[in-house]
Ligand binder design. Structure first.
Ligand SMILES: Nc1ncnc2c1ncn2[C@@H]1O[C@H](COP(=O)(O)OP(=O)(O)OP(=O)(O)O)[C@@H](O)[C@H]1O
Length: 695
């Protein structure tokens, strides 16, 4: 049976071609996909290191590079290159099968041979080597073969290894860079998502290796599938998942599972693939997240991933409060939600009426985080409830006072027939927990780090406990709403089913490194009573380092922002690919005004954003989004951390520390939205959070 594989490099090359050449590519390879390639002429290349690498004519100028089988009928399209480049590309390379993972890999043998003597010369006066701490057996276990091992043993530092990435076999490079970044061999193995075969892989069987390599090669069956691959060639994430992503997206788990990882490592991509995969198998899937903006971006991406109406029909993409509303309204009729100002006024009235020594903020948080958060139902339960995370200790009498206020508040909600979002979610959780028929077979949660415990209870109750019930994607380093939870405390067990992604696909290594520095010394939980790690996190794309610059006045800062954005646009970046992040709505509006005055169309993300306008938004609103270029402005000592958002230390020490951490994470979230360029500015003194990157 003939197969046609398309390597991700081929699709990348294809995306960059002129439409007329793309059309020719389609015509030529249509024949392959129709298995009528007897009429397609493959040409062998003189001096090829690997005779299986051959060319096919697309136009007079362009050639396709094809991996042709020694025998049989499986072809893999590897590259589209100008004629001469195609020939020299082939003359330098060899195909092999990775002994540990059984996957296909390509290496630039000529560059390896040219570089090795140089490395050996450079290392002559240096006794240390990059991999002194790793033995050969571990390297071989991770798939490093003889040629790469000799090369690796000559390396003295990380920079040499990074510089060799383009010519080393990719999975072997992945293993080496993981070790060089401090991961243990077992952690690296988990990242390679390898599948050790007792009897080992047949390293001569290229066809089998191709079918084992979905992260590189998509196999198409017929012209329709071929056209579907060509349909959106820039959205590579639809087709090629890193092995670590694929294992999580398509795995079947005995219960709930979780995927973590730094910004841009593809957690959302994994959540989308998983939703489509479970729906294809017939399950009713809830794909949910924290806000309506994020839910609608998930919906858009899902439609890029699949157009099958039956699959789409089985996936409900909604944010958590929407589900809560539907469940509670189904029982109680239309709901009125209390606005934050009304909620504060209600607490204020109660404090006054009862003459209590608490602020409305304190009581609101106590109600939300302890009473609703821990599902406390009566005074005795409240007296016994753990208040971890709430800094101010309360004596018995004070607790009785708090309970008095809380009871008055919830009675008032009932009397007025109004709800807060949290009380609505708590009620939805109660109703769903009682329901015998659960609305979903699978619940997938993105940006999970920000969900409040009442929302977790709701999601836990929306699906029966069992295989593949809950799937959680999130990064606690990006937690910006201060909802620290213990999943096991909420009845969600992910032990042994927790995964971490480390390859960043969004940001350049320079922006990623700079942003990770912002978090130096910060220790963050993993939502499951352990600590989250960032080790091994990397980006393979390089660019300019971020610019961080102070200005004498706010006006000057805004003028410079306009100038910077003007320069980005002049260099060919379209305005909607530029994001401006600020801590406050006020500064967002000022930035939009300053850009408008400078003749740069800009719009706030809080409103409908027209095409052709730069997107400006608060750092909170930036969550989950990405732009080619990002300006983070107003990063001054008086703006970040925002004074109003930090509990005074004397009022509540634990809350103070947690608030500061959240503000730092907010800056981290804003900075990591940038794909290619990051510009950070302030006026006056810089924020203390910038200290690690300014020294
Ligand atoms: N396998 C892949 N191939 C190509 N691009 C990918 C792949 N995985 C992810 N990406 C791209 O990387 C970017 C980041 O992916 P995604 O938003 O899923 O990351 P994330 O981990 O959810 O990020 P964040 O935590 O910052 O929200 C997106 O542009 C996505 O399309």
């Amino acid at each position: 049976m003939a197969t046609l594989g398309i390597d991700q490099d081929f699709l990348r090359d294809y995306a960059e071609l002129e439409p007329a050449v793309q059309k020719r590519v389609q015509e030529v390879f249509r024949k392959f996909s129709e298995a009528t390639h007897a009429g397609v002429h493959l040409e062998k290349v003189h001096n090829a290191r690997d005779p299986r690498l051959q060319t096919v004519r697309i136009t007079q100028f362009w050639r396709g590079v094809v991996l042709a089988p020694d025998s049989g009928d499986s072809y893999t399209l590897l590259k589209v290159l100008p004629h001469d480049a195609a020939y020299s590309w082939i003359q330098r390379r060899r195909v092999s099968v990775n002994a540990a993972t059984g996957r296909i890999e390509l290496r630039d043998v000529a560059s390896i041979e040219e570089t090795l003597p140089q490395l050996e010369r450079l290392g002559e006066h240096d006794n240390r080597r990059l991999f002194d701490a790793v033995n050969d057996a571990d390297l071989r276990r991770l798939g490093v073969d003889g040629e790469t091992l000799t090369f690796a043993r000559a390396l003295t530092d990380l920079i040499q290894l990074e510089a060799s990435q383009s010519f080393l076999p990719p999975q072997q490079y992945d293993a080496l860079i993981g070790l060089a970044l401090g991961m243990s061999p077992d952690e690296v193995w988990a990242q390679l998502a390898g599948d050790l075969q007792e009897q080992g892989y047949d390293t001569e069987d290229i066809d089998a290796a191709v079918t084992r390599s979905p992260e590189r090669v998509v196999l198409v069956h017929g012209p329709d599938e071929l056209m579907a691959v060509f349909a959106d060639p820039f959205a590579l994430w639809r087709i090629y998942l890193h092995p670590a992503q694929r294992r999580v997206a398509y795995g079947s788990f005995g219960g709930s599972a979780k995927v973590g990882g730094a910004p841009g490592t593809g957690k959302t991509v994994v959540a989308l693939h998983r939703a489509a995969h479970l729906a294809e198998q017939g399950g009713r899937v809830l794909l949910t997240t924290f806000t309506s903006t994020l839910a609608s971006s998930l919906e858009d991406s899902l439609r890029l991933l699949t157009s099958d109406p039956e699959v789409l029909d089985r996936i409900d993409v909604r944010h958590v409060d929407q589900i809560a509303y539907q469940v509670v309204a189904g029982q109680h009729g239309r709901l009125t939600i209390l606005r934050p100002a009304e909620e504060r006024a209600t607490w204020k009235r109660i404090i006054k009426r009862l003459g209590l020594p608490f602020t409305e903020g304190f009581l609101a948080a106590e109600w939300r985080d302890v009473v609703l958060g821990r599902g406390v139902a009566d005074a005795d339960a409240y007296l016994a409830a753990k208040r971890s995370g709430r800094g101010r200790a309360l004596g018995h009498l004070q607790k009785a006072q708090v309970w008095h206020a809380v009871s008055a508040f919830s009675e008032e909600l009932t009397e007025r027939n109004v709800w807060t979002y949290e009380s609505m979610c708590a009620e939805a959780a109660r109703l769903l927990a009682d329901a015998e028929d659960k609305p979903y077979d699978h619940v997938i949660v993105d940006e999970a780090q920000d969900l409040h415990p009442v929302r977790w209870r709701l999601l836990r109750a929306a699906v029966a406990e069992g295989r593949d019930d809950l799937f959680i994607a999130g990064d606690t380093h990006q937690r910006i709403y201060g909802n620290t939870v213990s999943l096991r405390g909420l009845g969600i067990k992910v032990a042994g089913r927790s995964f971490r992604l480390t390859v960043n696909y969004r940001t350049t290594a320079e922006i990623l490194g700079w942003s990770l520095n912002l978090l130096s010394g910060v220790r963050v939980d993993d939502m499951d009573e352990g600590l989250e790690k960032l080790s091994g996190c990397r980006s393979d794309v390089h660019g300019s380092p971020p610019t961080a610059i102070g200005h004498p006045t706010r006006q000057r800062e805004l003028d410079q922002l306009a100038e910077k954005i003007g320069a980005w646009i002049s260099s060919g970046v379209s305005p909607e690919e530029i994001g401006v992040a600020a801590r406050s709505n006020k500064l967002v509006d000022e930035a939009v005004g300053a850009l408008d005055r400078a003749g740069v169309a800009a719009a706030s993300l809080a409103r409908k954003t027209p095409d052709g306008a730069v997107r400006a938004g608060t750092m909170h609103r930036m969550k989950g989004l990405e732009f080619r270029c990002v300006a983070v402005i107003g990063v001054g000592v008086h703006q970040i951390p925002a004074t109003g958002a930090v509990t005074p230390e004397e009022e509540d020490k634990a809350a103070h520390t947690a608030d500061l951490e959240r503000e730092r994470c907010l800056l981290f979230v804003a900075a990591t939205r940038a794909r290619e360029a990051l510009y950070v500015s302030w006026h006056g003194e810089p924020s203390p959070f910038l200290r690690p990157v300014l020294t």
